[in-house]
Ligand binder design. Sequence first.
Ligand SMILES: Nc1ncnc2c1ncn2[C@@H]1O[C@H](COP(=O)(O)OP(=O)(O)OP(=O)(O)O)[C@@H](O)[C@H]1O
Ligand SMILES: [Mg+2]
Length: 267
Amino acid sequence: MTGALEVRGLSAGVDGKEILDGLDLVVSFGEVHALMGPNGSGKSTLCHVLTGKAGYRVSGQASLEGEDLLALEVDQRSRLGLLQSFQYPTEVRGVSLRDFMIEAAEERGLSEGEALSRIETEAARFDMTRFLDRSLNNDLSGGEKKRSEIFQIAVLRPRMALLDEIDSGLDIDAVKQVARAVEEMRAPDLGVLMITHYNRILRYVTPDRIHVMIDGRIVDSGGAELAEELEAGGYKAIRERLGLIETSSEPARRPADFFTDTPFDVK
Ligand SMILES: Nc1ncnc2c1ncn2[C@@H]1O[C@H](COP(=O)(O)OP(=O)(O)OP(=O)(O)O)[C@@H](O)[C@H]1O
Ligand SMILES: [Mg+2]
C-alpha cells in the first residue's frame, strides 16, 4: 500500500541500547493518530529516526508514499513532506522566526511572496506576530515555543506531521487552540502522528486511532477506549491485559497522577 507513512519492523538503537524494537505503524493521509507511551518508551526516537537524525543504528522499513525514507537524507525527507515538531524546540540566536520560515517555505517551493503571505496569516491565527522578528525560540516561554512549532507546521503544510508533545506545557486555552489547529489542518493529503501524555488534548482532537507504545513497540491500537483505559489504570493495566513483563523503570503511580488535567469543563 502506498499513500501513507508505513513503518515495518523498525528497530533503532545507540551504543548498546536498543530503543525501537521492531515497530509497526501505518498512518494514512487524511487521518490523525495519537501515540501514547510511558517516558522513555521511544516515542521521540521514532520521530528522530523517521526524520533522519544522525547517531542511531537503524534497521527495518519506513516509507512515505512508497518512498523509502531510510535511504534519504534529512533534507530530502523534509522535502517529501515529512515534518517534525520538537518536544524541546531549540533556540537559535541571530535568525528571526520570519527569516527562518521564509527560507523553510522557499525550500518547499514557495515564492518569497507566497511564504510571507502565509507567514502573516498563520502568525495572526496563532498570535505569533510579535515573535516574527525575534530570534527563533529565543527567550520564549515553554508554551510559546510549542505555539511556534504548530505555527511553523501550519505555514509549511507538510504531508505527514510528527507532533512530539505539542501540548506539553500549554495552558488550557493554548491546548484548545493547538487542538483546534490540528483539527483544522485535517486534509485528505495530510497525515498527523500526535504524541501526547495527556487525555485533555483528546477532548478537542478526535484521533482516528490511538496507539500505545511500550519498550520500543506499538503494543496496542484502538479508539478512545484505549486512552480511557490508560487514564484509569495506567500502563500497568495495559501490560497486565497484554501479558507484558515490566522491564523499564516506569513510574509506579498512574499516569493520571502526573496529569495537569483540570477537572473543570472547558467549552
Ligand atoms: N542518543 C541517545 N543516547 C542514549 N540513550 C538514548 C538516546 N536517545 C534516546 N535514548 C534513550 O532511549 C529511550 C527512549 O527515549 P525517547 O526520548 O525516545 O523516549 P520518549 O518515549 O520520547 O519519552 P518521553 O515521554 O519522556 O518524552 C530513553 O531511555 C532514552 O534515554
Ligand atoms: Mg519524548
